[in-house]
Design a protein around this ligand. Structure first.
Ligand SMILES: [Mg+2]
Length: 225
């Protein structure tokens, strides 16, 4: 039987990593003598892969400078890892919802994120989530959101099908990626984009509370909770 796949974004969906991302990006730009981007700018690029994000934050940087800033970001982020539990906490209700979904025999969980694999592993280990997910796709694996690659590749790894797959995310990039892959798109409103942005990008349902995620996801996939 085709498994039902629920693929989660990480930053802004599972974990509230806003503070840490803004602080890390500010330090990366400053370290290399560039003016740091403003907070709103940084929040708008969360979800993209790192080089793409840096390039958008300062379009005047050439490819080599973008690579240096991205490297400085990774170094700084690495140095902050020992504080992840406090700087990137899980959103309220996340653990219960993940356990509800992973407890179903017909469901497999995955993560599709613009983070690096190293960054994602650290988050999952910090919060004890590693064993809940059957597939992880990161910026290390292929093209950045909103390209459908991560979703398509996760489906193919687990024998899934777009008609039985839903992406749960907090940004328009997640919704665009889901729809481009032919999967369902479930937007969450506690992250970095507002309701209108999610709807315009193709969200078919919106959750305002993590407790709603299991039933909304199963509803989209045509299954009872
Ligand atoms: Mg996100």
């Amino acid at each position: 039987m085709t498994p039902k796949l629920v693929l989660f974004d990480c930053d802004g969906t599972l974990v509230d990593s806003q503070q840490m991302i803004v602080a890390t990006m500010t330090e990366a730009f400053t370290k290399l003598g560039h003016a740091p981007p403003d907070r709103a700018g940084v929040l708008s690029i969360i979800g993209l892969s790192l080089p793409e994000a840096v390039g958008r934050l300062d379009p005047s940087l050439d490819v080599a400078r973008v690579a240096l800033v991205a490297e400085a970001y990774r170094d700084t982020y690495q140095a902050m890892q020992f504080r992840l539990a406090e700087t990137a906490p899980l959103y309220p209700g996340a653990l219960d919802a993940l356990r509800t979904l992973s407890g179903r025999e017909d469901v497999l969980l995955g993560i599709v994120t613009g983070k690096s694999r190293r960054g994602l592993d650290a988050i999952l280990e910090t919060h004890g989530l590693t064993n809940l997910f059957s597939v992880l796709r990161t910026a290390d694996d292929g093209p950045s959101k909103p390209h459908p690659f991560m979703v398509v590749d996760a489906m193919s790894a687990l024998g899934g099908d777009a008609s039985q797959t839903v992406v749960v995310g907090d940004t328009g990039y997640d919704m665009l990626m889901a729809r481009a892959a032919g999967a369902f798109a479930l937007g969450v409103t506690w992250g970095y984009n507002i309701r209108d942005e999610l709807s315009q990008a193709g969200a078919q349902e919106l959750a305002d509370d993590f407790a709603e995620v299991p039933s909304l996801a199963m509803g989209l996939l045509g299954a009872k909770e």
